[in-house]
Each structure stands twice: as structure tokens, then as C-alpha cells.
Design a binder for this molecule. Structure first.
Ligand code: FES
Ligand code: FE2
Length: 395
């Protein structure tokens, strides 16, 4: 865990009210039916097991999606201050994510231009406008320019201007940084959506405090890790002993924002009337769950936001970067205790229940016991997601 208590000059309110959200979010929230009037459709939807287990499908996803379209890399808040850098290895490609002294975010290949050494290792955020290679001490700016080489007089024709770090096309919007993993591919940022960025800006995602970060290495296909965040069917069952009783067994209000999906649902105590109580914490009665296409999940809770990047490294291996973001650093013992308990709880629920479910599901699918997975009306967002995925893979 990387819990920090750095002081923030911003004392934003501890929670949000409905009026702080976008018109589109408010419209979706007001479309939530009272639980006793919610209609769960019956559906027939199936998907072949091979899309989770086969090498061929994994290769297809890598070629047509992960290497051809910009993918979410990390949160802006991870490198909040100008002059910040962090290594990022989740996709199996060593990356270096920086914010330069002018505040622009960059994503580089994490390879020194002398002899390829990784400039940074581990998961700590480095502060400062310069990065010095541990091998022979070449120094780079956070903008990727080569600033200096040790003993420069011993090189003939060393063109410093041509030896900057290899940069990947990237974009930052709504507190998320996207990049093309293949820098030679035609840049495609079709997953970055204005409405999505506006929703996240309404959550103040770019400026939230990174309370905790944990990395998980899972033995499951990345889409099996994603699926529980696209459906409510499992919530009262898998999470029966933890958070299940907080959630109602009803469908979400679902919208697509470009390739991304927004799901909004009322918690157990939700009634349409509670939206009109002045000063109410909107995240106490309503849950937002987003899929940032294809593999990032954002879930709201009353006092924090969870952001997860599900990064495939093999058909049956996924690295998850989990971040818990709070609206402020803990600044009093009661707040600190609330955040500590929330972090422990959410790591237990996501790690010990959702990720566990993905692993046991993958283990069972690999046996060949079934050829197809079937989805219910309470899982209807999963086939919707796969229709979007198919559209991209078929391009
Ligand atoms: S490999 Fe970086 S300075 Fe030599
Ligand atoms: Fe879950």
C-alpha cells in the first residue's frame, strides 16, 4: 500500500451532491426506477469459451486492439505534480509516464538511449524534472530530451537532439492517460470520449488524492476480471457476506459514451425521493460504474473512487493496478480511520471476491467442461460490451 498523507491546498467538500454532476449523469440518475418497479429482462446471450482461453483470440486482441488503439495507462493523479515520473510495466512493455515541468503528461518507452537500461524501476513516483539513468548516468528531462551524458568528450558525433527518449502518442482527458503501445501504428484515440471526460471531471478525478495503490497478478483472462464490473447478478451472491446486502438485485441505467459504458444504479436504500434531499451525498445512494474501453473500471463509493486497469499479459494472466482515490488526504483521526477501513474492505471485496471469482471461473473454463458461457438479464451489459469489442476487433 502506498498511503500518503501529503497536505493538499485544496479542501474540497468530503462528498458530492447531485448538482455537482453533469446534466447527463443527473438525467441517468433520475432515470433509475424505484426498486419495486424495476424490470429485469430475460435474455438469451451466449459467448464461446475460446474467447477467454485461446491463444488465437488473445493474439487477435493484442494485434487489433491493444497494439492498434490507444489504451488507458494510468490516472493523471498518479503524476499530479509537474516534474513527476513513474515506471509502468503492467502491459508487459516497460513504460515511463511523466509530467513535465509545464504540466504536460508524456508516455515513453522506459529505455535509456545509451544502452537501453530502464531509467526507473518499481512503483514509486520519482519527483524532479530530471531522470538519471542508473547505468552510466545519462540524464533526461521529464519531457524526454537528453540533457547530458557523462564524459561527453569520449563520444564522437553524439547528437544529443536525436537521442531523446522514444515517446508514445498519448492523450490525457478527465483524469485518465491513454497511450498507443505501438508507437509505429497509426494513432487511434477513438476510445477517448468528451462526455466520458466530462463525467470524470465532474467527479474531480484529475485532482483527487491517491490514497492507496495495489497491484494484483491474477491467473485469469482479463475479460473474466472485467465481467463482474459489468453486471449486478453476482453482487448479492458472491458478496453475500460483505457488500451484497447494500445493493439491490435490479438492472442499471446503462449508457454508451463512445466505446465506453456508464452504468448507474440505486443502492438498497435508494428511492427517487432521496435525490431531492438538499445536501445529500449522491454517492451514498447511487453507484456509478464505468468501463473505460477496453480495460479500465471506475466505481464510485460514498467517500472514495476506485480505478482499476486490467492489463492482459497472457491469455490466462492479468495484472491489475488498483487505485483508491479520496477527495482529500486524511486530515483527522476519524477521516483517517474511515479511509483505512474502506481501503481494507475494498481490497478484500475486489481482491478476495471479484478477482477470486475470475480465477476460479478461468480454471473451470479451461477444463473444457462447457463450450459457451450464458448470460442473464441481470448481466445484459456484458453482451453489450462484447458487441462493442467485436466491432473494434473486426475493424
Ligand atoms: S544505459 Fe543509460 S547511461 Fe548507459
Ligand atoms: Fe463484485
Amino acid at each position: 500500500m502506498n498511503a500518503t498523507a501529503a497536505a493538499s491546498p485544496v479542501q474540497r467538500p468530503l462528498f458530492q451532491t447531485i448538482d455537482m454532476l453533469t446534466a447527463s449523469q443527473q438525467r441517468a440518475i433520475r432515470a433509475i426506477a424505484p426498486h419495486d418497479q424495476a424490470q429485469v429482462p430475460a435474455i438469451e446471450a451466449r459467448r464461446p469459451v475460446s474467447m477467454f482461453t485461446s491463444d488465437a483470440f488473445f493474439q487477435l486482441e493484442q494485434e487489433r486492439l491493444f497494439r492498434r488503439q490507444a489504451v488507458p495507462i494510468t490516472i493523471s493523479a498518479r503524476i499530479a505534480e509537474p516534474g513527476s515520473s513513474v515506471a509502468h510495466d503492467g502491459y508487459g512493455v516497460p513504460l515511463l509516464v511523466t509530467r513535465d515541468k509545464d504540466g504536460a503528461a508524456h508516455v515513453f518507452l522506459n529505455a535509456c538511449t545509451h544502452k537501453g537500461a530502464k531509467l526507473l524501476d518499481g512503483c514509486e513516483v520519482a519527483k524532479g524534472n530530471r531522470l538519471t539513468c542508473p547505468y552510466h548516468a545519462w540524464t533526461f528531462g521529464t519531457d524526454g530530451k537528453l540533457i547530458g551524458a557523462a564524459r561527453p568528450e569520449t563520444f564522437v558525433n553524439l547528437d544529443k537532439g536525436a537521442r531523446g527518449l522514444a515517446e508514445l502518442p498519448s492523450r490525457e482527458a478527465g483524469g485518465i492517460i491513454w497511450a498507443m503501445l505501438d508507437r509505429h501504428a497509426e494513432p487511434d484515440f477513438s476510445g477517448v470520449d468528451e462526455q466520458l471526460a466530462a463525467d470524470f471531471a465532474a467527479f474531480e478525478l484529475p485532482d483527487l488524492h491517491v490514497y492507496g495503490h495495489k497491484q494484483f497478478h491474477l491467473n485469469a483472462n482479463w475479460k473474466l476480471v472485467l465481467e463482474p464490473f459489468l453486471e449486478g447478478y453476482h453482487v448479492q451472491r458472491l458478496h453475500a457476506r460483505t457488500v451484497g446486502p447494500l445493493f439491490a438485485d435490479v438492472p442499471n441505467v446503462v449508457d454508451t459514451l463512445g466505446l465506453n459504458i456508464r452504468q448507474i444504479s440505486g443502492k438498497m436504500q435508494f428511492t427517487p425521493d432521496c435525490l431531492d434531499i438538499p445536501g445529500e451525498n449522491i454517492h451514498a445512494s447511487v453507484t456509478h460504474a464505468y468501463n473505460v474501453f477496453p480495460n479500465c473500471v471506475i466505481v464510485t463509493s460514498p467517500y472514495y473512487i476506485s480505478v482499476m486497469f486490467l492489463m492482459p499479459t497472457a491469455p490466462d494472466k492479468t495484472t491489475v493496478d488498483y487505485f483508491m482515490l479520496t477527495r482529500r488526504p486524511p486530515d483527522n483521526p476519524k477521516g483517517a480511520e474511515l479511509y483505512r477501513k474502506s481501503y481494507e474492505m475494498i481490497i478484500g471485496v475486489f481482491g478476495g471476491e471479484d478477482f477470486y471469482a475470475a480465477e476460479i471461473s478461468h480454471a473451470g473454463l479451461r477444463t473444457g467442461a462447457i463450450d459457451e458461457v450464458v448470460y442473464s438479464g441481470l448481466e445484459a451489459t456484458i453482451p453489450l460490451y462484447y458487441d462493442i469489442l467485436d466491432g473494434v476487433l473486426e475493424k
